[in-house]
Design a protein around this ligand. Structure first.
Ligand SMILES: *Cc1c(COP(=O)(O)O)cnc(C)c1O
Length: 373
């Protein structure tokens, strides 16, 4: 049988112990009164949602959240019993899937509620939902208005609908703006509760808010980035661990005389007689193409700068200063930084994007390899 993990030198190594560590840290930090919905959208931010799901559930996650129905159905096929949540919108024509597959759905209109109620009644079961309130982000949900409150109260009359939660999302525009959003959310919930509409779960905090705003944890949080060891928050002494290492190995070495160019358009030219390594990864693996002249890989403990235009499947690094360099030698693309490798945070800064983009953009092509002690 073909071992998919061994079909390429370029591979993503995921440390499940670090994911367990981060998950446990969040669970303990938030305490027994706050449930943790672990966000595994975008294939677990590139780590592989199906492979990491058991680690998250075993270490305290009470829900796994994804962005789309397609992501939820993949997880459902692998795990018939895990509680699954869809953070995004599911079009009406597809809502029957969430009822059939016992997936908790985000909704924000009475019409969606009625449709789910009817679908659930047909199957003699209940459809479970959380209601999305737009407190300022203007992405998904309705603004807290008297009309929306009335719609929600009417949802509570639907017998085959279980309204389990209500949630909103912070724009993280600043502490004043964040507080205004939180206040608006709480005021709206208070109005609903006065009319007998109560919710098991109320939530507004993502990773950053979970750590930096303990007062906004309510009774559920929705961390994503932090589970993978991505630090966006400002609070110090939160010892999370990067779970991902991205590695490859040298496929060929070229002696390039001074003055000769490398890669498309010869945009890099050797300023001395150089030794250039060809590496079998490129932008089709999800490595940012704008890393040209900025990126480097770690080979034999030495930073080897990427030179020339990055290609779709390969790139070149200057290894002139790497002692004993040879074909097949390992090159670390992203590491935890302790060895001098580029961290995801540094890659994000160099590529002028954020850390979530760096990890989530790694495509399906590099195999994922999972390690644990
Ligand atoms: C992605 C997402 C999260 C998790 O965000 P992080 O910044 O990765 O913690 C939480 N809530 C919603 C609605 C999301 O879309």
């Amino acid at each position: 049988m073909i071992n998919k993990q061994d079909l390429r030198d370029t591979r993503v190594i995921v440390d499940l112990d670090n994911i367990a560590w981060n998950m446990k840290l969040i669970d303990e930090m938030t305490g027994p009164d706050v449930a943790v919905m672990a966000v595994v959208k975008a294939n677990g931010y590139g780590h592989g949602s199906i492979a990491i799901a058991p680690t998250l559930i075993e270490n305290g996650a009470c829900y796994l959240a994804v962005a789309t129905l397609s992501e939820a159905l993949q997880l459902r096929a692998a795990y018939p019993d895990y509680p699954l949540f869809i953070l995004g919108h599911t079009p009406d024509r597809l809502l029957h899937y969430v009822v059939e597959q016992n997936i908790t759905q985000t909704i924000f209109t009475l019409q969606q509620a009625e449709m789910l109620n009817a679908l659930a009644a047909d199957l003699h079961r209940k459809a479970r939902v959380h209601i999305k309130v737009d407190t300022g982000f203007h992405r998904l949900g309705q603004s807290p208005s008297a009309d929306f409150a009335e719609e929600i109260c009417r949802m509570f009359d639907l017998e085959n609908l279980e309204i389990e939660g209500i949630f909103s999302h912070l724009a993280l525009a600043g502490s004043k703006e964040d507080e205004a959003q939180y206040r608006s959310f709480c005021d709206f919930i208070a109005i609903l509760e006065k009319q007998g509409c109560t919710f098991t779960y109320k939530h507004i905090a993502d990773s950053i808010a979970t750590v930096d705003y303990p007062q906004y944890r309510m009774n559920m949080v929705r961390p994503g980035a932090i589970l993978y060891g991505m630090r966006g928050f400002e609070t110090e002494n939160v010892p999370i661990r990067q779970a991902m290492t991205f590695k490859t190995a040298i496929s060929q070495l070229h002696a390039v005389p001074k003055g000769e160019g490398v890669s498309y358009d010869y945009l890099w030219k050797a300023s001395r007689d150089s030794l250039i390594a060809t590496l079998p990864f490129g932008y089709a693996d999800g490595y940012p193409r704008n890393m040209r002249d900025k990126g480097y890989v770690l080979i034999g403990g030495v930073k080897a700068p990427l030179v020339g235009v990055l290609c779709m499947d390969q790139c070149m690094a200057d290894v002139t200063d790497v002692p004993g360099v040879c074909c097949g030698m390992e090159a670390v693309i992203y590491g935890d930084g302790t060895d001098g490798s580029m961290t995801v945070a540094e890659a994000a800064a160099l590529a002028e994007t954020n850390k979530n983009d760096i990890i989530a953009r790694i495509t399906a092509r590099p195999p994922r390899e999972y390690i644990r002690k």
